[in-house]
Design a protein around this ligand. Sequence first.
Ligand code: ARG
Length: 586
Amino acid sequence: MKKLLDLISAEVGAAFESCGYDANLGRVTISNRPDLCEFQCNGAMAGAKLYKKAPFMIADAVAAALDSNEMFEEVSSVKPGFINIRLSGSYLASYVKQMAEAEKHGVELPKKETIMIDYGGPNVAKPLHVGHLRSAIIGESIKRILRYAGHEVIGDVHLGDWGLQMGLIIEELKERKPQLCYFDESYEGEYPKEAPFTISELEEIYPAASAKSKVDEAFAAKAHDATAKLQQGDRGYNAVWNHILNVSVSDLKKNYEKLDVSFDLWKKESDAQPYIPDMVEMLKKRGFAYISNGALVVDVAKEDDTKEVPPCIILKSDGASLYQTTDLATIVERQKLFAPDRILYVVDKRQEMHFTQVFRVVRKAEIVPEEVDLTFLGFGTMNGKDGKPFKTREGGVMRLEYLISEINQAVYDKIMENRSVTEEEARETAKIVGLSALKYGDLSNQASKDYVFDIDRFTSFEGNTGPYILYTIVRIKSILKKYEEQEKKAALAFAAPQNASEKDLMLALTRFQDVFGQAEAEYAPHKLCAYIYDLSNAFNKFYHETKIMAETDLQKQAGYVCLISYVKDVLETCIDMLGFYAPDRM
Ligand code: ARG
């Protein structure tokens, strides 16, 4: 369906043409002076230079040509040469009606592509912490936005399971329980099915090992050896690694479920291992990789680099692969299995250099066809009120589960404060509303920026927050329910707006296609957030100024109900793309 701005521009353009000017001058934008008009065209200004005429002469003629056009309520020329436009109410209502009847509110779908999104990116054996939160929340939203646009989207969690952290855990476990069969090189039997540790033990082992490696060189060296041995296929080490993976993954899945985040693929760094030898061979054979200080590297610096881009290390001197290696080989694998048109990485922006190096090797060695788009979408840090990366009150790394329960508690308290619902219902509602607080608090910021995590603000039912949006939807739901119970009703139909706030609400609805298009093209969920905040404000203003249930003109009332029910649809479409949903009451 054509966008409203395009339709208006076409009419205004035709008027320019009928007055003897270029139709392209008729481009219309949303007014930046909503107190004066709804749309504006500045084409007469540009035309003045082109035709060497006073701009107001052009504007006057165009406005006169549009005078009897039914699309408009008013077109006026204002000195020095602006054209101010107000849309006719019935035209606006018919446009909104078309939107409501169209599929996906009338958005024009782009050419369908296969897109892989690499997000989440947790590391096994380490608890999910708030650092992984942003990747999950932003990635999930972008996945849903791209799906709405009709793309085939494959979300991959890309577990970190192949680096030094695995060697550290294995070595630490070996020191603690040397008698385990995994460490007995002469052991030839089957390995036990039961893991030799629980998730809580595992979560304690890693930080202990990591701390030890920083002060104990011999331990660090052994952990490096263990990593290389694991990667070379040592049977016992691989059996331990398998246990680590299983214990971790079931815990991770539980956590992602709480966030309403789901992945199509649970691939991991280690899945790239089989692709590494051939890739290394190719890089060597084609002369891209060479030995430097014992390591195998590929130069990726470019002449016009403004900051140094060091060579990309492919293999360390002990033959162990690194983060870059698995990321490269993962691209080989993705190309082979899915041949995507794009791969999008939603990762902490501090990893930008890593991806610059990886992408450059991919281009240099033509690991994927040239037209395949590789995008790094780096996000900023979630900070505490002190402006430093978010920590617990005790100063530790905040675990995601604790963060979620803190938010839910805050929402629960608010619900219980002044409402008469059962504790049980309040708990359930708090989960739904808490999720909106968490996700909206994050997504309403441009992803690349750092933001301050503020529980009080995020959980507030007023202001630019998730709960405010939900509150608006719940309010509409409750009106619709009351209307449902009303005995006499007219048939639901969109009608021309009765007052300014109703017209503004309709105008806000018509912006959906444009906003969605931008959110999709720019991977920008924050644009959807800004939009639903505006739409909610427009609704609430209308609501406060209009008697809906008390309206005695049933026809009028049906028009209102039709409109607000559609507002609810659009809001719900948007929050679904942001990754949360509304309760029935709150
Ligand atoms: N596991 C990594 C980390 O925690 C993030 C992985 C991001 N994805 C990727 N393909 N490198 O830092």
